[in-house]
Design a protein around this ligand. Structure first.
Ligand code: FES
Length: 125
């Protein structure tokens, strides 16, 4: 393919630098605005997790919530989203999550375009 030819494949989504592993671990919560979307990156128990920062319920900021028993608890009405999946097992709703990776000393996030909400992980199919 030459530079003038186009591909039918979508452009790859870019990974965004969040910060160094040490800095994100120390801060525990980092909020970035990527393409107009607030993304919360959490450091917890040696891992990194990323959510949309605005709650799917009533638009409260999850960055003001707490992590309890492996779940991010929203300060609005205490919905508790699983760190790995964003699933809220009582309300059967899903908070959008995003992929996070480390490379060397840095933490990166890849903002998922959706669609949301994600499928129910407890469904039997
Ligand atoms: S705004 Fe998050 S649980 Fe209601």
């Amino acid at each position: 393919m030459t530079d003038n030819e186009s591909s039918d494949l979508p452009s790859p989504q870019p990974w965004h630098l969040v910060g160094t592993v040490a800095d994100v671990t120390k801060r525990r919560k980092v909020v970035l605005t990527i393409a107009g979307r607030q993304v919360l990156v959490l450091a917890h128990d040696g891992g990194f997790f990323a959510f949309d920062n605005i709650c799917v319920h009533r638009d409260r900021e999850l960055s003001k919530g707490v992590v309890l028993n492996g779940k991010l608890v929203c300060p609005g009405h205490q919905w508790a989203f699983e760190l790995g999946t964003g699933w809220e097992s009582v309300k059967h709703e899903c908070q959008p999550t995003h992929a996070v990776r480390t490379e060397g000393d840095d933490v990166f996030v890849l903002v998922s375009p959706g669609p949301w909400p994600a499928p129910d992980p407890t469904s039997a199919d």
